[in-house]
Design a binder for this molecule. Sequence first.
Ligand code: C2R
Length: 194
Amino acid sequence: MQASFFVLISYFYIFASLKTKEIKMKPLVSIIMGSTSDMKVMEDAVNFLEDMEVPFEINALSAHRTPELVAEYAETAHQRGVKVIIAAAGGAAHLPGVCAASTSLPVIGVPINSSNSIKGVDSLLSIVQMPSGIPVATVGIDNAKNAAILALQILAVADEKLFEKNLKFKNELKDKVTKANQELSKLEYKFLVK
Ligand code: C2R
């Protein structure tokens, strides 16, 4: 009786720990943004990582509004398993740079054309013009998808499965161009030379 109770408890323990493992994936990519108002742009990055099955975490943090939290977050990111940080901000976009100052993980910056921004150009320059020694790899204005693709490519250097996924994605891009050219070849104009 006592033995079967012990077996039952062991099964329950194994099942519970497997479940916890399943739920508690370690994030490989960490997305941070200056405000949740950036989320409409950052959804492109979220969707790409989701499609590629890359575990990620997401937080709103601000170098202006929550400076202590940004430093704590950046200093501890690698302890949570994070390998790449994507940091988005608009206007006086200091978040990516301040984050890069407190971590040796690669930081990818996404300049946001926010409501307080001058068409995203201020955000772009604030992120890209970092002083020597503290780089932030900067993508185009509002180009959150490119940030996620670059994050995947960084991870793929040491991960065969992600390397294959990235290759498949790039091949799909090639196929799109091939199809586009097939469509263009159907055009009929008097002066179009084929
Ligand atoms: P609100 O919509 O919250 O007013 O934010 C955000 O990224 C957002 O694009 C407007 C814009 O302010 C940006 N913001 C930063 C920082 N914190 C918030 N650029 C920062 O620390 O760099």
